[in-house]
Design a protein around this ligand. Structure first.
Ligand SMILES: Nc1nc2c(ncn2[C@@H]2O[C@H](COP(=O)(O)OP(=O)(O)OP(=O)(O)O)[C@@H](O)[C@H]2O)c(=O)[nH]1
Ligand SMILES: [Mg+2]
Length: 298
């Protein structure tokens, strides 16, 4: 329902929102296609299951127009847990929701949190703006790269290194892992806005389960750091306030669309085109025609 948006999604949101604040941790895992995010997530599910009892997983694919989970299940690679009722896995791809995945993902995370899952893992594919936004919905963001220059450069360009709390070099069994580590270290050295948490770099070979324990313990360190510094609370507050702005913008965009489809639009835009009315005055006049609380949330 959250995926599809509309009235039902709003109703779900009203129910789950007050119940969603107790989640212990939300961990985002992002990086280029095929970097090994799902293989890693698969191991993290086991670690989360051991340490917290139950875990929810949301696999988000902004590049796919498909919805409903089934299509993505083969990309999710978490079949081992399919029969485990302490593990809930869901793929998400549609954008029927107001604001697309950037807004649907945090809402879906809240549904999982409200269901009482103490740990939520969010896997996002790719290195675009949406991924950066979805990654920002987590308490701890893990950016996965693979050996070779390309991946880390891409991640850097896409702004992913800036949102990374933990960097993983997966496929460490492949040549070039040590060089990639050096490159990442170098990029971190150049990041002046880092604050007092320098993202640790963890080497993993997810396909063999290697380095996963070390990754989990780094995730624990980061959670501890967030708690001790007051940042866990602060980040969550900030995310909700950012979400409010985002929702507001989408809501106003809906108003603009309804104006552009409305009766007065044609007349007023003709006035502007004929230079009888300037665009600012025209905009004011159009806004004046909006009935209060007009446009429906898509
Ligand atoms: N050599 C090697 N291969 C790995 C490792 N981890 C994962 N793979 C392989 O890499 C391929 C992609 O793994 P996935 O876990 O599906 O990667 P992903 O990042 O989730 O992929 P998308 O969700 O499609 O973006 C699979 O064939 C894995 O078996 C590793 O540490 N070393
Ligand atoms: Mg995957």
């Amino acid at each position: 329902m959250v995926e599809r948006g509309g009235d039902r999604a709003r109703a779900v949101g009203r129910l789950t929102f007050p119940l969603s604040g107790d989640v212990q941790r939300v961990v985002g895992i992002t990086g280029a296609p095929g970097a090994g995010k799902s293989t890693l997530t698969d191991h993290l599910i086991a670690a989360a299951r051991d340490s917290a009892g139950a875990v929810g997983v949301l696999a988000v694919d902004p590049s796919s127009p498909f919805s409903g989970g089934a299509i993505l299940v083969d990309r999710v690679r978490m079949q081992d847990h399919a029969l485990d009722d302490g593990v809930f896995i869901r793929s998400m791809a549609t954008r029927g929701h107001l604001g697309g995945l950037a807004l649907a993902a945090p809402e879906a995370v809240r549904v999982l949190a409200a269901a009482g899952l103490p740990v939520v893992l969010v896997e996002t594919v790719g290195v675009g703006q949406v991924e950066v936004e979805v990654a920002g919905a987590a308490d701890t963001t893990v950016v996965v790269v693979t050996p070779g220059w390309g991946d880390s450069i891409q991640a850097n360009k896409a702004g992913l290194l800036e949102v990374a709390d933990v960097l993983v070099i997966n496929k460490a069994d492949r040549p070039g892992a040590a060089e990639t580590r050096r490159d990442l270290d170098h990029m971190l050295d150049m990041n002046v806005n880092m604050g007092d948490w320098r993202p640790p770099i963890v080497m993993t070979t997810a396909s063999a389960g290697e380095g996963v324990d070390a990754l989990w313990s780094v995730l624990d360190d980061h959670l501890e750091y967030l708690r001790a510094s007051g940042q866990l609370e602060e980040r969550r507050r900030r995310r909700l306030i950012d979400e409010l702005s985002h929702v507001l913008v989408r809501r106003l965009e809906a108003d603009v669309r309804s104006l552009a489809a409305g009766r007065r639009w044609e007349e007023i835009s003709e006035e502007v085109a004929a230079r009888r009315l300037d665009p600012y005055a025209a905009a004011e006049e159009l806004i004046g025609t909006l009935p209060a609380g007009s446009a429906e949330l898509p």
